[in-house]
Design a protein. Structure first.
Length: 260
């Protein structure tokens, strides 16, 4: 049974006792004084008793409790939730986790603060009580996470007992490369490409040099062979010419001998 329900039952019970006492007092007064005076006295007694009861921190509206259940929020670590409300010294916060994670919960007369850095699922239950006084207010919940913009949740409530329950799934924030890191990666890529291109060019130059040497060697050999062939042909031509001249001379001499 909540505090508001207890005081509501007490209020109804005291009202019944007051009515019963007023009835009994009215009957006794009618025996001693006139009916008019008895009615006046009874009315005065009821008004006085009602005023005394109204001083108690109880009424029908206070029997209502405000329970707020928020959806599950996925937040980047580190995360912080701050709840702002009207002034009261009766503030509590309860936290349960799936793992043995570290967190920080701070309460003050106007704020509740919850901080968490470990990756986990946190169930946070906050209770704000105003000792039977109905307070009409706007509760503001600020959500801070990683480097994201601040989120704000606001709702109006009129009650003396407010319970806020929320679940927070804390996860690691994704990491993105900076402009300097991107430029360094691009430069490294281009430098590797240039090194690869230079290596390929050196290999190509080496292959061309080897090819040139090979072709030059073959050309030199071919040139030497050509020179040798020319010398041989020239020598053979000279020998043929000598043989032809000797043959002509021999035939001429032979004819002369036959004619003589």
């Amino acid at each position: 049974m909540s505090e508001a329900q207890f005081w509501y039952i007490m209020f109804m019970f005291l009202s019944f006792l007051v009515g019963l006492a007023a009835g009994v007092a009215g009957k006794r007064l009618r025996k001693k004084v006139s009916s008019r005076k008895a009615v006046i006295a009874t009315t005065f007694f009821l008004c006085l008793t009602s005023s005394a009861l109204s001083a108690l921190p109880v009424n029908l509206a206070l029997a209502e409790e405000s329970g707020i259940r928020l959806p599950i929020y996925e937040l980047y670590a580190p995360a912080k939730v701050v709840v702002s409300f009207a002034y009261t010294k009766n503030v509590t916060i309860e936290v349960s986790t799936l793992k043995t994670s570290l967190y920080k919960a701070i309460t003050s007369p106007v704020q509740l603060e919850f901080d968490a850095e470990d990756v986990d699922l946190y169930t946070v239950t906050m209770k704000i009580l105003y000792s039977g006084i109905k307070v009409d207010q706007t509760i503001v919940i600020g959500i801070f996470e990683g480097n994201r913009p601040v989120k704000s949740i606001e709702f109006n409530v009129a009650s003396s007992s407010i319970t806020i329950m929320m679940k927070l799934s804390i996860v690691k924030a994704p990491t993105y490369p900076t402009a300097e890191e991107i430029s360094n990666l691009i430069w490294d890529k281009w430098r590797n490409e240039l090194i690869t291109f230079e290596s390929k060019q050196n290999d190509l130059v080496t292959q061309i040099s080897n090819t040139v040497v090979t072709v030059g060697s073959l050309a030199a050999i071919a040139f030497a062979v050509c020179i040798a062939l020319i010398v041989v042909v020239f020598h053979m031509h000279q020998r043929v010419a000598e043989l032809s001249e000797w043959g002509i001379r021999h035939r001429t001499e032979h004819r002369k001998e036959e004619g003589g």
